[in-house]
Design a protein around this ligand. Structure first.
Ligand code: GAR
Length: 197
């Protein structure tokens, strides 16, 4: 049984997709052991608690420096000792020590077709704003392994989504989530949990 740590910052719809996929059997041989957020107000934490899953907040605001936060965060993750860390809308740079400690054991969902609209400054709604500003006709989502760069690790799965006339960033974000993110993130976890990657 693959023990997952899911890291979140916001609404947690990707976390919910993982929990639903475990319930429905789309993900097998995996369980969510713990959810960590950097943001105490993240609704994702409520989703975890509703399922009886350990939900923790480790906020940079509670520490004197970024180094102190990083150290506390890494220590907690080491204590949980997950088999796989899933970044599901986690908008915090992962400390180098954590990447070294979990090689090929951290995956991230990004709301574009990498290498488009990714890297520093591209997160959440900003990704969709940039895609619409550029006028692309197709966008999508990517699940990838996390390495020391920003959105640079090996790609696991991608799914394309059509951009439609009149889309706003929010409308496009919702379509990318429904048609791509909530599908490929559970699929990637299931593959890893069942040794198919
Ligand atoms: C998702 O769209 C995810 O792809 C994005 O944040 C959103 C979180 O939504 N992640 C990034 O932009 C990472 N660079 P959620 O909290 O409802 O899952």
């Amino acid at each position: 049984m693959l023990r997952l740590l899911v890291c979140v910052s916001g609404g947690g719809t990707n976390l919910q997709a993982i929990l639903d996929a475990i319930d429905s059997g789309k993900i097998t041989n995996a369980k969510v052991e713990c959810v960590i957020s950097n943001n105490a107000g993240a609704y994702a934490l409520e989703r975890a608690k509703n399922k009886g899953i350990q939900a923790l907040c480790i906020s940079p605001k509670s520490y004197e420096s970024r180094d102190a936060f990083n150290q506390a965060f890494v220590e907690k993750v080491m204590e949980i000792h997950p088999d796989l860390i899933v970044l599901a809308g986690f908008l915090v740079a992962i400390p180098a020590a954590m990447i070294e400690a979990f090689p090929n054991r951290i995956i991230n969902i990004h709301p574009s077709l990498i290498p488009s609209f990714c890297g520093v400054g591209y997160y959440g709604l900003r990704v969709h704003e940039a895609a619409l500003a550029r006028g692309v006709k197709v966008t999508g989502a990517t699940v990838h392994f996390v390495d020391s760069g920003m959105d640079t690790g090996p790609i696991i799965l991608q799914k394309a989504v059509e951009v439609k006339e009149g889309d706003t960033p929010k409308v496009l974000q919702q379509r990318v989530m429904e048609e791509a993110e909530w599908q490929i993130l559970p699929q990637a976890i299931d593959r890893i949990a069942n040794g198919r990657l």
